[in-house]
Design a protein around this ligand. Structure first.
Ligand SMILES: Nc1nc2c(ncn2[C@@H]2O[C@H](COP(=O)(O)OP(=O)(O)OP(=O)(O)O)[C@@H](O)[C@H]2O)c(=O)[nH]1
Length: 879
């Protein structure tokens, strides 16, 4: 038989075995006496325990810090920030933007809730001097790449070969649809909040796991899972380790169908017994209700009859070991740590996953993989090692039935080559972790006689020492390693989350700031200008209205004056006074004159309206200019097109109150259109004219001293007055009385009586002739004067506004219409201004909130990175 030669240099062996004190080796044992060996072993154990306890306490502290950190993250997520879940995928083509620096590669960053939005980043994966992996995530600008933000999660543990370095491990969310692994396959309709809630659940699970890990690091028990191909000799190996023959049933055909945990009988009051667990999770050795007991001799039947199932040991077998001595201390119980061996069912296609999951449990400190030297690694074996390798970087491999191999060197070489591929870490420490043995002989040998010291016996002895070392001397690694591994992965995940969310936060903060810089000054300006705008709008309205009011009134008064003089109120095209048709047509002439004069007044009103339209248009333009001056450029200007033609339209009129109503034109008003006798012969007017022309003494005196001129005038007055009396059915009583008084005064004078007769006759004929001669000129004046008189006391409307003077009425009506238009224009601008202020206020408020939230998040995530660094220092123990 070939002696065992480690395939790797001695220096590699120190990777998991502490340098001082050195672990016991086969060679040393032959030179060291039992006492010395015992002392050294004890010292070594004490040193390991002290070292372990120190590391355990530091790790527990790191776990506590991680618990706080994760709780903070949980609270922060949702309450203050919806944590986004990033995904990194290789850029296409990956080499396109890659930096020349080694380890840097271009990636596309997406978020699960927004898979279509991508950001180019640079992932820097650089190994550190502590053999850990630094990952840097930076935004990738156009080449050349310039790092902006850096995160450096450090992974102590090797990663699964199928693990993408961009992926999360602990906080990974299962968002994949079907077989799709990348953003394409993400459920695109998942909202930010839903993903954040999923993340929250994941964090909760991780918190629970951390609490569990904390308990675990203080747990004094170590569990060793013995697994391997069907019939590889797992049970035989356990028997050999216990130095018991057939205590664990073995057979040429596959036998073990359930997980059996072998524990030292010392933990069961030195009593050999089987505990049949009712529920593995609730098993408590001190609570008999959680298990049933059975005699150890029944183990064979229990294994044979068992249904293949079990994701955890359903049987706990307490066994005594063969007597241990100083050179071969008990594998199960040696005073430093309690070890249990778990015999697993042989691997096949169905059991691989179960066993791999089992092996991945953090309670499993060591996985011993048993392989048959004749079969090497089967497909099942390879797959298992592949899967279990992520959590347990180092496997303890036992190549059994080595005794049955002829060309041992070739077998060893081939097996080690396979191990090199399957588990490089194990290969590095192959001298201590890969053992070529004959378990059956050892088991049998211990069952019967003392073992003979040939190479295979030595090899088994070396296996025992190595396994003990692997469990005891490197207990920190096997015990604390999973926790450390978990925390380092967790920290890397948290850091990746923080870095990606920092990018989001800084992007959101920057765009919020940009938005604020854009909108806030505009808003401030608008707020400052609000009062000015208000004043200007009121001013414009008042100016336009006052101007129109004044001008309309003036135009109407002038028009009325002209009408009062028998002229057209305003020169209107196609409108002219008719020609006098003669005395017989005087009446119709008066009617036509009246119609034309009224129509000219209507035309003057139209002109005033036109003027108002012009002024209103100017006013509206001013309002538009005010809008341009006060509204931000991006606010839509008024879409109301001011149509001045619509002013004073019947449609608009219908909506107005009756006072402001235009109603019928003056020409259409029947009461104004009627012709009176006075329109033709207004003797009263002439009489009054004459009277007003007479000296007051004559007109009102009772004196008899009359000068000729005065007498003549008085006679004329008398004649006119008499004529008025005769002809005027419309003469007033006062005029009649006055005429009579004057006449009696006059004729009572004896001097007068002499010439009165002829004079009266002459005057009467002259007056009549004059009046008739003057009719073509006097009728328009009479008619106009009557219109003027009437419209100076009435609006010409037959409604409640009838007592308002016409100029006043028109001024009110027209200016009211102008005010209405100006108000509408001002209202439109005010509304636009108000909604623009409101919209900008909302934008400012929202942007300020985003900025605050994002800044807060940015600080928080920066702080997370610092905390992670601190915990990493705590957890970064070299074990
Ligand atoms: N010659 C020789 N035979 C061995 C060795 N190891 C195991 N055997 C034999 O191989 C057979 C199967 O061994 P087991 O220990 O039952 O194998 P196992 O892996 O536990 O089987 P299952 O749990 O049923 O998969 C037994 O008959 C053992 O005696 C060895 O190292 N050398």
């Amino acid at each position: 038989m070939q002696p065992f030669h480690p395939p790797t240099p001695q220096s590699h062996r120190s990777s998991y075995i502490p340098s001082t004190p050195e672990s016991p080796t086969v060679e040393k044992e032959s030179h060291i006496g039992p006492t010395q060996d015992s002392r050294q072993a004890r010292e070594a154990a004490d040193g390991v325990v002290r070292d372990y306890e120190e590391k355990r306490d530091r790790l527990a502290k790191a776990i506590d810090s991680s618990l706080y950190l994760l709780s903070d993250l949980k609270n922060f997520n949702g309450e203050q920030w919806t944590v986004r879940y990033p995904h990194l995928k290789p850029s296409e083509p990956e080499s396109a933007g890659s930096s020349s620096r080694p380890g840097m590669s271009r990636r596309t960053l997406t978020f699960a809730d927004e898979p279509s939005q991508t950001t180019d980043v640079v992932l820097n994966s650089t190994p550190t001097i502590r053999r850990t992996l630094k990952r840097s995530l930076t935004i990738a600008p156009a080449p050349p790449c310039t790092p902006i933000t850096t995160i450096q999660p450090i992974i102590d543990e090797p990663k699964r070969t199928d693990e993408n370095e961009d992926d999360f491990s602990i906080l990974r969310l299962n968002l994949n649809m079907g077989a799709a692994k990348h953003a394409k396959g993400l459920i695109s309709h998942l909202e930010k909040a839903s993903i954040s809630a999923l993340l929250d659940n994941r964090i909760t699970a991780s918190l629970e796991h951390l609490s569990h890990l904390r308990k675990r690091v203080y747990d004094a028990q170590s569990r060793v899972l013995v697994t391997g191909d069907l019939n590889a000799g797992k049970s035989t190996l356990i028997n050999a380790l216990l130095r018991r023959d057939e205590v664990m049933p073995t057979d040429q055909q596959p036998l073990t169908t359930r997980f059996v945990e072998v524990v030292s009988a010392k933990e069961n009051e030195d009593k050999e017994e089987i505990h049949i667990l009712k529920e593995a999770d609730k098993y408590n050795p001190s609570d008999k209700s959680t298990y049933a007991t059975e005699d150890v001799s029944k183990l064979y039947e229990m294994l044979v009859d068992a249904e293949e199932d079990a994701s955890s040991p359903s049987l706990r077998v307490f066994l005594k070991e063969a007597d241990a001595n100083i050179t071969n201390p008990s594998i199960l119980h040696n005073g430093v740590v309690d070890i249990s061996l778990i015999d697993a069912p042989g691997l096949n296609r169905d059991s691989i996953k179960t066993t791999a999951n089992f092996a991945r449990q953090e309670e499993i400190d060591v996985v011993v993989f048993v392989v048959s030297a004749a079969n090497h690694f089967t497909l099942s074996a390879k797959e298992f090692i592949w899967q279990a390798g992520h959590e347990k970087a180092h496997l303890f491999i036992v190549v059994n039935r080595f005794d049955q191999i002829k060309d041992k060197a070739r077998c060893r070489r081939l097996v080690l080559e396979q191990i090199k591929q399957l588990s490089p870490k194990t290969y590095e420490d192959a001298a201590d972790l890969v053992h070529f043995v004959d378990s059956a002989k050892v088991a049998l040998g211990y069952g019967e006689t003392e073992p003979e010291g040939d190479e295979l016996d030595e090899a088994f002895s070396h296996l025992e020492h190595s396994l003990r070392s692997f469990v005891l001397v490197n207990r920190a690694k096997s015990k604390l390693g999973p926790a450390q591994n978990y925390i380092t992965h967790l920290l890397a995940d948290v850091e990746l989350l923080a870095a990606a969310n920092s990018l989001v936060a800084s992007k959101e903060r920057d765009s919020a700031r940009e938005e604020l810089a854009r909108v806030k000054p505009v808003l401030e300006k608008m707020k400052k200008g609000k009062e000015g705008l208000e004043e200007s709008l009121v001013g414009e309205e008042e100016t336009a209205t006052d101007k129109v009011s004044g001008r309309t009134k003036l135009a109407m008064e002038r028009g009325l004056d002209r009408v009062g003089r028998g002229e057209l109120a305003a020169p209107a095209p196609g409108l002219a006074l008719p020609s006098y048709p003669g005395l017989l047509g005087a009446w119709d002439y008066a009617a036509e004159v009246k119609r034309v004069l009224l129509a000219s007044l209507d035309f003057a009103v139209g002109l005033a309206e036109e003027d108002a339209r012009k002024l209103t248009t100017e006013g509206v333009d001013e309002v538009i200019k005010l809008g341009d001056a006060h509204l931000p450029a991006d606010v839509e200007r008024t879409n109301r097109k001011f149509n001045s033609k619509a002013m004073f339209s019947p449609r608009a009129t219908r909506r107005q109150s009756s006072v402001a109503s235009l109603g019928l034109g003056l020409a259409g008003q029947s009461q104004l259109g009627e012709v009176n006798v006075t329109d033709i012969f207004d003797l009263q007017h002439h009489f009054q004219l004459v009277r007003s022309a007479l000296p007051s003494t004559l007109s009102s005196s009772t004196s008899n001293e009359l000068v000729p001129f005065s007498t003549e005038v008085g006679a004329a007055s008398l004649a006119v007055g008499a004529f008025s009396m005769i002809s005027g059915k419309t003469l007033g009583l006062r005029a009649v009385v006055e005429g009579l008084v004057h006449f009696s005064d006059f004729v009572s004078n004896p001097a007068t009586r002499r010439w009165i007769g002829p004079v009266i006759g002459v005057f009467s004929i002259g007056a009549i002739g004059f009046v008739l001669y003057e009719l073509p000129r006097s009728i328009p004046k009479n008619v106009g004067r009557h219109i003027q008189e009437q419209l100076l006391i009435s609006s010409g409307q037959s409604d409640e506004s009838m007592n308002v003077p016409f100029p006043e009425y028109q001024s009110i009506r027209v200016s009211k219409e102008v005010r209405k238009v100006m108000r509408l224009a001002a209202w439109d601008l005010r509304e636009r201004f108000r909604s623009a202020v409101e919209a900008r206020s909302e934008v400012v408020k929202a942007s300020e909130e985003i900025e605050k939230k994002a800044t807060n998040a940015l600080n928080w995530f920066e702080n997370v990175e610092k905390k992670v660094e601190v915990i990493r220092e705590e957890v970064g123990i070299k074990v």
